[in-house]
Design a protein around this ligand. Structure first.
Ligand SMILES: [Fe+2]
Length: 306
């Protein structure tokens, strides 16, 4: 979920019982309120999935999205994703979150929980830190089939759920949540958001068979999946935490840069240390040399060809 394109802005009218302390801005800014019924959310922004309210058209939209995406996966999605995507269950119905949670809990101790849409960063981090992945409960309208501005239930479940079955990646996600809570106190969310963006949403992994996608933003996109692993256009560079935190990203079109990891363990290990000195160093470097634009390749940088 929860990254922008996908960044929403000002809070709509919040009702009693809903956290009013933080505007629901998640990773960026936008100029309109987030979509979704926040009146039904609890103080931690979670809500019940009212499965009975999905229409037949909603299930059809989900089915069409799943079928299209399943065809795209072979040779493009990483093995861990391929192995776990079956846990979504039958493709012709929007899954029940409780069913997914039951399977996830047995595998890695994670759950998925419903949310009305984008939620504030701190609420998002707190859920991840508790091994609870927030999933938007509504599905896009048919006319949004190819592109939806905010993450919907298809993106959140199809894109994110499979890798939560991988033990190392599951731990990485929890650590990210804990790191996010700390980043909030250090006013470093913007830098940390880049890590989420370039890994959880748009990450590539090098395998003996070639480049594969593990990022949910790629794996839930009909067009960016082939682009990210096969197009000669974008830059693909080796994962480097400090370089990544200096790198701007695009929210309105395909990425110009992808960061490539060698393994989830590499990602976990590289992000395990305390980020406090990392933020300080990155800020200092940005002040001195500026941010890195999408598509740029730095001297001596490890590059990956499609
Ligand atoms: Fe996402």
């Amino acid at each position: 979920m929860k990254a922008t394109t996908w960044a929403a802005a000002a809070a709509p009218d919040f009702h009693d019982g809903v956290n009013k302390g933080v505007a629901p801005v998640t990773y960026g800014t936008g100029d309109r309120p987030p979509r979704g019924n926040y009146a039904k959310a609890r103080a931690d922004y979670t809500c019940e999935q009212d499965w009975a309210q999905y229409s037949e058209a909603d299930h059809q939209t989900y089915r069409r999205l799943v079928e299209r995406q399943l065809q795209q996966l072979p040779g493009r999605a990483c093995d861990e994703f391929m192995a776990a995507v079956r846990h979504l269950g039958r493709p012709d119905r929007i899954p029940r979150f409780d069913d997914i949670s039951e399977r996830l809990m047995k595998a890695t101790g994670w759950q998925v929980v419903g949310v009305p849409g984008l939620i504030p960063e701190e609420a998002f981090f707190a859920l991840l830190a508790a091994r609870r992945f927030p999933v938007t409960d509504w599905i896009r309208r048919p006319e949004e089939f190819d592109y939806v501005v905010e993450p919907d239930v298809f993106h959140d479940l199809f894109g994110h759920m499979p890798l939560l079955f991988d033990p190392v990646f599951a731990d990485y996600m929890q650590a990210y949540g804990a790191g996010g809570l700390k980043a909030s106190r250090l006013d470093a969310c913007e830098l940390l958001a880049r890590l989420y963006w370039y890994t959880v949403e748009f990450g590539l992994i090098a395998t003996p068979q070639g480049l594969r996608a593990y990022g949910a933003g790629i794996l839930s996109s009909g067009s960016e999946l082939p682009y990210s692993v096969s197009s000669p256009e974008p830059s693909r560079v080796g994962f480097d935490l400090k370089r990544l935190m200096r790198s701007r990203y695009r929210i309105d079109t395909f990425q110009a840069t992808y960061f490539v990891i060698d393994s989830f363990q590499q990602l976990f290990d590289a992000t395990a240390p305390d980020f406090t000195p990392v933020y300080a160093e990155v800020r200092e470097r940005i002040a001195r040399e500026g941010e890195i634009e999408g598509g740029a390749v730095l001297p001596g940088e490890r590059r990956f060809k499609a």
